[in-house]
Design a protein around this ligand. Structure first.
Ligand SMILES: *[C@@H]1O[C@H](CO)[C@@H](O)[C@H](O)[C@H]1NC(C)=O
Ligand SMILES: *[C@@H]1O[C@H](CO)[C@@H](O)[C@H](O)[C@H]1NC(C)=O
Ligand SMILES: *[C@@H]1O[C@H](CO)[C@@H](O)[C@H](O)[C@H]1NC(C)=O
Ligand SMILES: *[C@@H]1O[C@H](CO)[C@@H](O)[C@H](O)[C@H]1NC(C)=O
Ligand SMILES: *[C@@H]1O[C@H](CO)[C@@H](O)[C@H](O)[C@H]1NC(C)=O
Ligand SMILES: *[C@@H]1O[C@H](CO)[C@@H](O)[C@H](O)[C@H]1NC(C)=O
Ligand SMILES: *[C@@H]1O[C@H](CO)[C@@H](O)[C@H](O)[C@H]1NC(C)=O
Ligand SMILES: *[C@@H]1O[C@H](CO)[C@@H](O)[C@H](O)[C@H]1NC(C)=O
Length: 488
């Protein structure tokens, strides 16, 4: 992971200023002997354990002279045992084949000999549940936010969509953030298919959204990248007859087994090479591009209500109930909010909106893409909008500025860059929110809503009708009823 680019002294420097070099960190012996390293866990899209890629590498610290005074967070739930679709489509067929084909002597097959003593890390009953790692990481995020915002009041409540894995992520988050038992409530928002935009799962109530969008396109690249892997593994274990779905499932097991058992033999680079992992990652990125990204016309309209509601809470000149608004949802919503915000757009610096699908070709990898699902939606993947109070920031007028973070990395908003660091002025941000609203307003119409009683706005943050939720004790005990997290 350690890149040496930029740290190698140029020839000119070497010959002309050796004395300067001798004392400078440009002269790094490490550069000569550095070795290539690669971590598959950072290329696993929606199955990647939480990590912070710092992409771009600008500092997460507030710019000089600026203090966060309000923030809104949207987080995917933390690590789970296995998504039901992944389990049924890719993992279970593979593990049941392993169990059935008892005639294969795995001990004689080098990269796969671990299969001789391997058992799957989960049962069907554990599907979708949060793992221990997930609980710890969600709590850690709570503590990290207390470090990041020492001046903000602790929230009295956080919001979550109603599935068990999001509800429990919110509870674990609260345990890491609250200082005393029962200090913060969790409010559950039902994952209704008819809630219009007024939910934390607005894609579920959007008929224009289909959960299988992107399967056809990603299937094309799946066949392509697994072909040589299948040839290699079938040469080693012909009886097994590896399929493209087996390979995809084995690679997913690297992520799932890691967040369940702490490590996984499927991550071994002798089994799958870095290029294999990059092929897996690109397959997932194609899927998310067409499913929740710029390749789906529903993404912006579904993501806008959260962006608009949160931006308006942060723009409000009057004091708000909370300084910190935190919500938990599933993997679909944060990327759709990024589209509504105009972030991770492959065409941002050139290219027309109509050519966006050309930026994700199906016959080769676009390595330079901005749209990388591993960086956007790992387990616990989160995004934030911050309101900064800047005074005496060199070169900038005193006042309010706004900044967006993705997994703690500051993200400059396109055409909204008139503040210190990656931030944008109040006037600039107001105009930006208006422009994005003009592009994507009209949730119900753009979603082709076919039920009555829809709404285009998200009001849960100010609507007393959502109730006060339930308190969260520091210890994990059942303090909720079945209704608190009706499964979807
Ligand atoms: C494994 O065997 C079981 C029981 O005979 C069968 O139901 C299942 O379809 C088999 N799985 C595969 C992947 O062949
Ligand atoms: C191998 O799997 C493929 C795809 O599932 C199937 O079409 C083919 O018949 C299988 N071949 C053998 C020898 O089992
Ligand atoms: C992506 O960037 C292109 C080029 O700047 C722009 O035309 C397009 O509107 C952007 N897409 C979205 C959804 O913001
Ligand atoms: C990209 O592809 C999707 C799926 O085929 C299509 O619905 C969408 O209109 C395309 N986007 C553009 C800008 O052409
Ligand atoms: C912003 O900072 C200024 C100068 O430090 C201070 O007077 C003002 O009260 C702050 N505003 C908020 C909302 O914190
Ligand atoms: C944005 O939020 C404001 C304030 O809540 C609301 O009045 C407006 O209708 C919303 N606009 C859109 C496009 O959702
Ligand atoms: C939709 O119906 C529910 C009751 O089913 C009601 O509480 C809510 O106010 C209605 N929403 C709108 C936007 O009319
Ligand atoms: C929520 O809490 C507020 C303030 O403590 C209280 O006035 C209100 O009645 C509570 N609402 C519900 C639905 O319990």
């Amino acid at each position: 992971m350690t890149s040496t680019i930029g740290r190698q002294p140029s020839r000119w420097l070497k010959s002309t200023i050796p004395l300067l070099l001798a004392s400078s960190r440009l002269c790094s012996a490490g550069a000569l002997y550095s070795t290539y390293t690669f971590d598959p866990l950072e290329h696993l899209g929606g199955v990647a354990p939480y990590f912070e890629p710092q992409d771009p590498p600008s500092s997460p610290a507030s710019p000089q002279g600026c203090t966060p005074v309000r923030a809104a967070y949207l987080s995917r739930h933390a690590a789970i045992y296995a998504n039901d679709y992944d389990f049924e489509e890719y993992i279970e067929p593979f593990t049941s084949k392993v169990a059935n084909l008892t005639s294969i002597d795995w001990t004689k097959i080098p990269a796969l000999n671990f299969l001789a003593g391997w058992s799957p890390p989960f049962t069907a009953a554990e599907q979708e549940l949060l793992t221990r790692v997930g609980k710890v990481e969600a709590s850690q995020l709570g503590t990290v936010l207390s470090f990041r915002y020492p001046n903000l009041r602790l929230p009295t409540h956080v919001w979550t969509s109603s599935a068990e894995r999001t509800f429990k992520s919110a509870q674990s988050f609260v345990r890491g953030l609250e200082t005393d038992d029962n200090g913060i409530n969790v409010i559950s928002i039902y994952e209704s298919k008819e809630a219009g935009a007024d939910t934390l799962t607005p894609y579920k109530s959007c008929p224009a959204y289909s959960s299988s969008a992107g399967s056809d396109q990603s299937g094309v690249f799946l066949e392509r990248f697994t072909k040589p892997i299948i040839a290699r593994l079938n040469a080693a274990a012909p009886e097994f007859n590896f399929t493209a779905n087996d390979i995809y499932g084995m690679m997913e097991l690297c992520g799932y087994e890691s967040v369940i058992r702490g490590s996984s033999p499927f991550c071994d680079l002798d089994l799958f090479t870095p290029d294999d992992w990059l092929g897996w990652e690109y397959t997932a990125d194609i899927q998310y591009h067409y499913n929740v990204g710029y390749g789906n016309r529903a993404s912006g309209p579904v993501g806008l209500p959260w962006f608009n509601a949160s931006a308006n809470l942060l723009l409000d000149n009057a004091p708000t109930d909370l300084d910190l608004y935190v919500s938990f949802t599933h993997r679909e919503l944060p990327p759709m909010v990024f589209v509504a915000m105009g972030l991770f757009n492959n065409s941002d610096f050139g290219g027309s909106a109509s050519a966006i699908n050309d930026t994700m070709p199906l016959d080769r990898i676009n390595y330079r893409r901005a749209w990388k699902s591993s960086h956007i939606l790992p387990f616990l993947g989160n995004l934030a909008i911050e309101r900064l109070n800047c005074s005496g920031s060199p070169g900038f007028a005193d006042g309010d500025y706004y900044r967006v973070l993705a997994n703690s990395a500051p993200q400059p908003l396109p055409l909204c860059a008139d503040g210190p660091g990656t931030s944008c002025s109040r006037a600039g941000f107001e105009a930006y929110v208006r422009e994005r609203s003009d592009l994507f307003a009209g949730y119900s119409e753009k979603c082709g809503v076919d039920y009555d009683n829809t709404t285009d706005t998200l009001t849960i943050y100010t609507d007393p009708g959502v109730g006060n939720g339930t308190a969260v004790g520091k210890r994990e005990v059942a303090q909720f009823t079945e209704n608190d997290f009706a499964m979807n």
